[in-house]
Design a protein around this ligand. Sequence first.
Ligand code: IPE
Ligand code: IPE
Ligand code: MG
Length: 245
Amino acid sequence: MDTEDTSKLPTHIAIIMDGNGRWAQARGQERREGHRAGVEALRRIVKDSSDLGVHHLTVFSFSTENWGRPRNEVSFLMSLLERYIESDLADLHAEGVRVRVIGRRDGLSDKICRLIDRAESLTANNNRLFLQIAFNYGGREELADAAARLARRAANGTLDPESINGDVLSAELLTAGMPNPDLIIRTSGESRLSNFMLWQGAYSELYFTDVLWPDFTREHMQAAIAHYAERERRFGLISASGDAD
Ligand code: IPE
Ligand code: IPE
Ligand code: MG
């Protein structure tokens, strides 16, 4: 569970899809046009990921902090997820994509929750690409929720507190069963995690690019993968090519 893949092609790529607002602003358009274009970029990248042999793709599309944006932007982002599932679910299923939405359900409408359930159950047995959409997701909230569940089990006597270790905690996270991201890409020139995959990203390679998310293409993804392939992941050990003395 906490083992990381060491081959040159990242098994799991996670993307912080940032820069939609600035993309629109640069064109003199409303921010929502940037979000719309962002969905187009997502559609392309899902296809490209399958083609490139990536098995797991996680995309950050709405953070727990994003609730603080103006109400009309928040409701537009909610409606975009709804429309994305409604319009793309059949195609995703046909292409062998397994869909999972990770994040808190509170605050989401019944309609979105039903769509998420439908997407997850329809695609549960697909295995070409595992697409994880982080929506209403926050890494700290995920960890706090997991800690609270473990504490409840310890308090009611169904879990020995001494048995809690990294694997037990990993299995309690929303990403349970998923390998950790090998590579985390963030677009739009910001070099921060913004509460994304705080536990899972402990040993991820980080790749920051100035490209705004709606402009992100297969070529940019390939550049990120090529960058990843050049890294030596040491996981706290010494270099594999280092001299032993
Ligand atoms: C990313 O683009 C999408 C979300 C965070 C929902 P932004 O909306 O953050 O775009 P910028 O960062 O303002 O350009
Ligand atoms: C991170 O982008 C969240 C998503 C991409 C969904 P933000 O635009 O919300 O992050 P900050 O505010 O720049 O840190
Ligand atoms: Mg942003």
